[in-house]
Design a protein around this ligand. Sequence first.
Ligand code: DO4
Ligand code: MG
Length: 287
Amino acid sequence: MIGGMSFRIFKTSAAVFLESSDAPGLFRHVESGFSFNELFTSSDPAAYVAVVYDDAGNEVSFNPDIPFAAPLGDQEVWAAGVTYFRSRTARMEEAETAGGDIFYDKVYEAPRPELFFKATAARTRGHLDHVGIRRDSTWDVPEPEFTLAINSEGKIFGHTIGNDMSSRSIEGENPLYLPQAKNYTGACALGPCLVVADAPAPETGIAIAITRRGEEVFSGETSLAQMKRSFEELAAYLFRSNHFRHGVYLMTGTGIVPDPDFTLEEKDEIAITIEGIGTLTNTVEKV
Ligand code: DO4
Ligand code: MG
């Protein structure tokens, strides 16, 4: 990072705002000279954003709890799976009847991680937007995931919060249905901002709260320290034989899975908080 400084980048439908760790709570409105595609293709994204910040207009203060677009340009979103023991165990339980449980145990132990395509930029929702549950699914959960920003050279330069919405009934029926359980309208949300900074400390917490008609119906928390694999390992596997012209986001897997009796309902509000990034909030819609 430039002199220990880090940045949060917020995108609205009309503008981009930058906040520096040197002046928290003050946002510089970026009028020109910034694009997410340039950031993700820069060899030194931290230096790129520092220059944009210096050239940006006056500081404005605003309530950051407004809708934000997902912080991306043309980046795809990919995801890693079964990187936490909790995810391995919950998935083994849900796939047991179909005989699919063994695959989750194997991939948890194997050198090669599970990696899958999650969403194009156009399919990715932002903060205070809706996320989807499928009409043909009976068991649905959000997956709160620390998400890496990786430039086109494979260098991790930042992070955000991701929600890897998932149908447990469809995935549990047959692991080969994974793309239908994971890739559908409203299945992916990122935000509320992109943090350009070094990776946070392992004890950094990830928390989720789900509210239904004003009452909390689920909450959970974990920390990055519970992850079995390193960020570098996941990024290196993603870039094996795979070129990302515009860079890429990589969700790093969930460590929080509600008990089997929980399923999301339409209009539930999902709030995912990661220290140093903020809170990504979405409301559930049926798609
Ligand atoms: O194996 C299926 C997906 C796993 C996943 O999305 C996760 O562990 O977060
Ligand atoms: Mg996941």
